[in-house]
Design a protein around this ligand. Structure first.
Ligand SMILES: Cc1ncc(COP(=O)(O)O)c(C=O)c1O
Length: 375
């Protein structure tokens, strides 16, 4: 497949070597066009656009998200951020006899914070043996009959390690606990079927591998749970009779929309929809094999140059994030930025995240610029 037309879809490559999708996907021409469509509709119709267009656009986005993770539309709620989506779901889970929440020490902090602020919650952090990944056996050993939730990332944001979410979900289920997956670093780049994996809850968002920009995130709640769980934070979007405007009567929406709160950022809705359409028009399977080849190429170049790669060695175990140990990673980020190369850093490492639009030539430029930072 010739990937050049896809690269041309992203103007940033005219001036930068962009290798930072794990932080923020670059802006595609068609995503910009979608935002302009939203502005045109706002301009032409004002509030009438809600009824003519925007409510349908929300539904269209729920449908798109459902397709990309193997769910149905009724299992998807929209949220302004993953943190809000997590807060809504965490508000519904507080069984008195199950105070424990099992999660790994590699989680993105916002996952852990949900339970840090719950007075009765006991957080159990599963250790990462090497700062790269957490063995599924470690999750299995940590879950017990007092566990309410087992939370894991699908792809670790600091190393790109792929987690076997089906296995973590099984471990949770075996003890009557719920599984919760933070898939922000996976959705779009890793084929996902939440039903086949047996996942109970999944959160993800639009701005990274789905190429949609800021201001929108998604919550998947398994169908039976979505009608069972009762969030203890609420807003009018979560009311089944939203447009009756009756302040006395709140009736939980009959599906995952009960976790929604208030008015959406519609520019973000349009951008996210266009980003997902772009990803789906290539196909997540194809994206995965392309990204895998790029990651192999990048990891090999880094190792050959003497760098320590803090990502799994096995190609099938790593997604599009390659972490490189550095003494001063922030300094390296700045030095690379001076040469038009965009990457970022976390803790003790540089994160380089190639996606389908990148090329081995991007890697060559990166390696050249990293020369002064060889160990
Ligand atoms: C794995 C993961 N989860 C969550 C987030 C952030 O979520 P939000 O800012 O939407 O709450 C990030 C952002 O970088 C992330 O990488």
């Amino acid at each position: 497949m010739d990937w050049t037309p896809w690269r041309d879809e992203f103007p940033i490559f005219g001036s930068k070597t962009y290798l930072n999708t794990c932080s923020l996907g670059p802006l595609a021409r068609r995503v910009r066009a979608a935002q302009e469509t939203f502005l045109d509709e706002w301009d032409a119709a004002g509030a009438a656009a809600w009824y003519d267009r925007w409510l349908d656009a929300l539904d269209g986005l729920r449908e798109r998200v459902a397709r990309v993770i193997g769910a149905s539309k009724e299992e998807i709620a929209l949220a302004p951020s993953v943190s809000v989506a997590l807060s809504a779901i965490a508000s519904a889970i507080d069984p008195p006899d199950r105070p424990r929440v099992v999660l790994s020490e590699l989680e993105f902090p916002t996952v852990a914070y949900q339970w840090a602020v719950k007075p009765r919650a006991e957080r159990v952090f599963v250790p990462a043996e090497d700062g790269v990944r957490v063995r599924p056996e470690a999750f299995e050993a940590a879950v017990d009959g007092r566990t309410a939730v087992v939370a894991t990332s699908h792809v670790q944001y600091t190393s790109g390690a792929i987690v076997d979410i089906a296995r973590v979900a099984r471990a949770a289920r075996a003890h009557g606990a719920l599984s919760l997956v933070d898939a922000y670093q996976a959705t779009g780049q890793i084929p996902t079927d939440v039903h086949a994996a047996g996942v109970d809850v999944l959160v993800t968002g639009g701005l990274k591998w789905l190429l949609g920009g800021t201001g929108i995130a998604f919550l998947y709640v398994r169908r039976e749970l979505a009608t069972d769980l009762r969030p203890t934070i609420a807003g009018w979007f979560g009311n089944a009779r939203q447009f009756e405007f009756d302040p006395r009567k709140f009736e939980f929406h009959g599906d995952a929309r009960r976790f929604e709160l208030g008015t959406t950022a519609n520019a973000a809705v349009y951008a996210a929809s266009a980003g997902i359409d772009l990803v789906r028009s290539i196909g997540v399977d194809r994206i995965r094999s392309r990204t895998r080849e790029l990651v192999d190429d990048l990891a090999e170049r880094l190792v050959d140059a003497g760098h320590e790669v803090l990502s799994p060695r096995e190609p099938e175990a790593r997604a599009g994030i390659v972490a490189v140990r550095m003494r001063d990673p922030a300094k390296a980020v700045r030095a690379l930025a001076d040469r038009g190369i965009v990457v970022d850093s976390r803790h003790d490492r540089l994160r380089v995240s190639p996606y389908f639009y990148n090329t081995p030539e991007d890697h060559e430029r990166l390696l050249e610029a990293l020369r002064p930072f060889r160990p």
